[in-house]
Design a protein around this ligand. Structure first.
Ligand code: SIN
Length: 483
């Protein structure tokens, strides 16, 4: 892999603890596979609780100096980090595709998306204003200050190995926190390369730690530590609930971006071309492996057949293959388990009456993009995240029916709808139970907008002004007796 990089120094294969690149205490490693071939592309340390505790201790030691630095200084370092990430886009994208599988063009777009969080928080970090509150007596002054939360921990997923990291690290560092990151076991190399660039940008030793290894051991040490004041996690609702439970004894702040079951409502009055493009964007990005991917496409009866015909043509034409090949739009799913889960969900839907209308050519390690119609709420794919390239269509009659179907889920991360009727745009936008709602678009992920869910989709927001707020505490200073 290293030979394929212009900057070979980005190929880091050790964990980052207290500013040093280290192996696991026991010398054990974890092999990382290319999901397109199954070949091992490299190994990283299989760290556990001891290495994690040392990274947390280093973060605690580095905290006073980092939080004392003026915000513009911290943010200048972030701006340098952003510049270095953008300058290394091609190398980072090659690493990302090798370990995650997504097409190179999508990997490059993800690196730019990742950098956009660093750039956003480099600016936003300078705006953590406090305020003065009018006091009830003449001799009192009340000031409200924003202070860094302290030592933080982050656990990130494999589906966006760069962007989910910068979305947590950049606001933490901008706010004056120090942070220890555990990247996904499947995709540690992108994280380590980003760590190398953070060091080159001037992030001091200990301010950022990166511990590769077993999720239970590393996550367990993070949640158990009284030093860690905030845990940010992106992943499944099940694991989020477990981390919440583990964090309860030390009353940590939690930022949880969890599972979704996003609906896309296509109303009779929708612009057909626009609705099909929104469906393709929201369904097939990253082969459907995203929490904000459309899980259920709900189509009103009057436009149903025309929409299905158009989407079927787009699905059949999708090019599937290794992410490094030119023109590939859909890469492999992350592993065998993911492929088997998608296949089971499709079989379950077909057993319960769904029809497979269209499929793109794919074989071997690659899951074919598919279009299913006749979907109903009893099917597994209606209740669980598909996390694969399967567009599942449900038919509905009235606006009220469509909305009831859309909201019939314990999740509330993203929702999408297509209409050209202004009245309906307001009504439906307000009625959809989700933290993020896209009208006539399947793309809602932007650094300047708050990202996060309601119901069982999580707590807190990433990105936007809200993303910085997560890493800040509010302190009220009451002054009296000064004459
Ligand atoms: C996710 O799937 O967790 C996030 C995707 C995004 O930021 O768009």
């Amino acid at each position: 892999m290293q030979d394929r990089l212009t900057d070979r120094g980005l190929w880091r294969t050790r964990a980052l603890v207290g500013g040093e690149w280290i192996g696991a205490d026991g010398g054990t490693t974890i092999a990382v596979e290319d999901p397109a071939t199954g070949d091992t592309i490299g190994e990283v340390p299989d760290c556990g609780a001891a290495e994690t505790e040392r990274a947390i201790a280093a973060a605690e030691q580095a905290l006073p100096a980092w939080r004392a630095r003026p915000a513009p200084e911290r943010c200048a370092i972030l701006r340098r980090w952003n510049d270095l990430i953008l300058a290394a886009t091609e190398d980072l994208a090659r690493i990302l595709t090798a370990e995650q599988g997504k097409p190179l063009a999508e990997a490059q777009a993800e690196i730019e998306y990742a950098a956009s969080f660093v750039a956003w928080f480099a600016d936003e970090g300078q705006r953590s204003h406090g305020q003065e509150v009018p006091a009830p007596t003449a001799d009192r002054r009340i000031m409200v200050r924003k202070e860094p939360v302290g030592v933080c921990a982050a656990i990130t997923p494999w589906n966006f190995p760069a962007a989910m990291i910068t979305r947590k690290l950049a606001p933490a560092l901008a706010a004056g926190c120090t942070i220890v990151l555990k990247p996904a076991q499947q995709t540690p190399f992108t994280a380590l390369a980003l760590g190398e660039l953070a060091i080159r940008a001037g992030v001091p030793a200990g301010v950022l730690g990166i511990v590769t290894g077993d999720a239970a051991a590393v996550g367990g040490a993070m949640t158990a530590s009284p030093v860690v004041r905030l845990l940010s996690f992106t992943g499944s609702t099940g694991v989020g609930a477990k981390l919440m439970e583990q964090s309860a004894p030390t009353i940590k702040k939690l930022a949880l971006e969890l599972g979704g079951n996003a609906p896309l409502l296509v109303f009779d009055d929708a612009d057909l071309d626009n609705a099909v493009e929104a469906a393709v964007a929201a369904k097939f990005r990253n082969a459907g492996q995203s929490c904000v991917a459309v899980n259920r496409i709900l189509v009103q009866a009057g436009i149903h057949d025309a929409f299905v015909d158009r989407l079927a043509a787009r699905v059949r034409a999708l090019r599937v293959g290794p992410g490094v090949e030119d023109g590939v739009e859909i890469g492999p799913l992350i592993d065998d388990k993911a492929r088997a889960k998608v296949a089971d969900m499709v079989a379950d839907a077909q057993d319960k009456g769904a029809t497979l209308v269209a499929q793109a050519p794919a074989a071997g390690r690659f899951t074919a993009p598919m279009l299913l119609t006749g979907m109903t709420p009893e099917m597994r794919a209606a209740q669980e995240e598909i996390f694969g390239p399967v567009a599942a269509i449900y038919r509905f009659e009235t606006e009220a029916d469509g909305l009831a179907l859309a909201n019939a889920t314990p999740y509330g991360l993203a929702a999408y709808y297509c209409t050209t009727d202004l009245h309906r745009a307001w009504r439906v936008g307000e009625a959809l139970e989700a933290g993020m709602v896209g009208l006539n678009t399947g793309a809602i992920s932007l650094a300047m907008a708050p990202f996060g869910g309601i119901k069982q989709s999580g707590l807190g927001r990433e990105g936007g002004a809200e993303g910085l707020e997560e890493y800040l505490e509010t302190k009220a200073l009451h002054w009296t007796g000064l004459g």
